[in-house]
Every structure is written in C-alpha cells, then in structure tokens.
Design a protein around this ligand. Structure first.
Ligand SMILES: [Zn+2]
Length: 213
C-alpha cells in the first residue's frame, strides 16, 4: 500500500457504531441519531427548558438543532408531544439553549485541560495540529490575527475549527488569562463541543437564515 492511500483514523469504534440511539424530531418528524437532536423538557411552571445533558427527569421532546424545526415544534410538535397546550416563547428558549450550551462548552474545555486533552495557546495548538493530534480547534471570536494563521486556516478548511467565545472566556474556561486558540486532542470531547457549539449558535440565529441544521 502506498503512503498516499493511507486512510484517516477511524472516527467511531465498532462498539459505538453497533447501536446508535435514534429519536424522532418533534419539528420535522424525521427519525435521526439522538446526538443530532436536542432534548427539551416541560418545566414545573409549564415553560420549556433545554436538557443538554439528556438526563433530566420527565417527558422530553427531541428537536433538530435548527430554527425551522424549532418553529414547527413550537407550532404543534411540543403540544402534541407533551399532550398539553405549551406556551413556547422561541426567543426565550433559544437564549436558554445558547446559555446552557456555552456553559457546557466551558465545562468540557475545563475537563479537557484537566485531563491534558487540550493544547492551549497558539504555540501548543500549532504543534498539536501539525503533529496530527488535534481533533478540533476552538478559536476565540476576537482572535482575528490567530484565525489568519496558516495552520488555523487549514483547520477551518478541513472543518476542524470552530469560533467560540472571546479570548477572555476561552482563557477562563482553561484556567488561564486570555487564550486565542485551544486544540482539542480528544475525539469524544471534540464531538461534544462541536455539538454544543451548534446549539449555542441557535441563540444568535433565530433572526437570520442559516445553513441547514
Ligand atoms: Zn427536525
């Protein structure tokens, strides 16, 4: 086999692939992998609450991370799923989702740093990316200069980079002052953060068009 035919490392272990949980989106009705959906529960006061960990008690309704699916769910899906009239204020729900997702990303980053699964700062991140160890780079939104660096541009082109937070917020999550970039070295954490970042973006995109999901 030639070197050029080498394949990328496997994304999922065979165990993970065996039984992937699926759910139906209460917006569009499509059945899909659970991790592409977000769980919404009915709070004690009748309001809707995001359950980003997926483990809250009570009946849950699953929705694609997409404004159009949330709009459909608000029109009919939630009421049908919870079998009661639901007062759904979408901007409020989006804000709760964004807030919860941002806190989840910060928590996952903090866990990644503690477990030495993160290379923080431009030099360490560059080494990780060039060494092929980085699954995902998180670039602070106010780190414009860092985003133009060659290795970061390559990550963006490969779909291995996301923009999130500010240098200060990224630093805070990693127990440092300010950080422009973090390279994640762990596949599972990378997937979790990528998912949370999609949910975080819901908060800011209720008023604007977006790519599907
Ligand atoms: Zn849907």
């Amino acid at each position: 086999m030639q070197l050029s035919t080498m394949t990328k490392p496997k994304r999922h272990s065979s165990k993970e692939r065996q039984r992937v949980p699926t759910r139906s989106c209460v917006g569009c009705g499509e059945r899909t992998e659970q991790r592409e959906l977000v769980r919404i529960v009915l709070g004690p006061d009748g309001g809707l609450l995001p359950d980003l960990g997926g483990g809250a008690f009570g009946r849950g309704a699953w929705v694609h991370v997409s404004p159009s699916c949330f709009k459909k769910a608000a029109q009919r899906g939630f009421a049908r799923s919870f079998r009661t009239a639901v007062d759904c204020d979408l901007p409020v729900l989006f804000a709760l989702l964004a807030d919860g997702a941002d806190r989840r990303i910060a928590g996952l980053l903090s866990a990644a740093v503690s477990a030495r699964h993160a290379a923080t700062g431009a030099d360490a991140a560059k080494d990780a990316v060039i060494g092929g160890k980085s699954e995902l780079c998180i670039v602070a939104r106010d780190a414009a200069a860092t985003a133009t660096l060659d290795y970061v541009q390559r990550c963006i082109a490969d779909g291995r980079a996301i923009a999130w937070g500010t240098k200060q917020i990224l630093g805070l999550a990693c127990g440092r002052d300010e950080i422009a970039i973090v390279a994640l070295l762990d596949n599972r954490l990378g997937r979790e953060i990528r998912r949370a970042e999609m949910i975080s973006r819901l908060g800011g995109m209720s008023a604007q068009p977006m790519e599907d999901r």
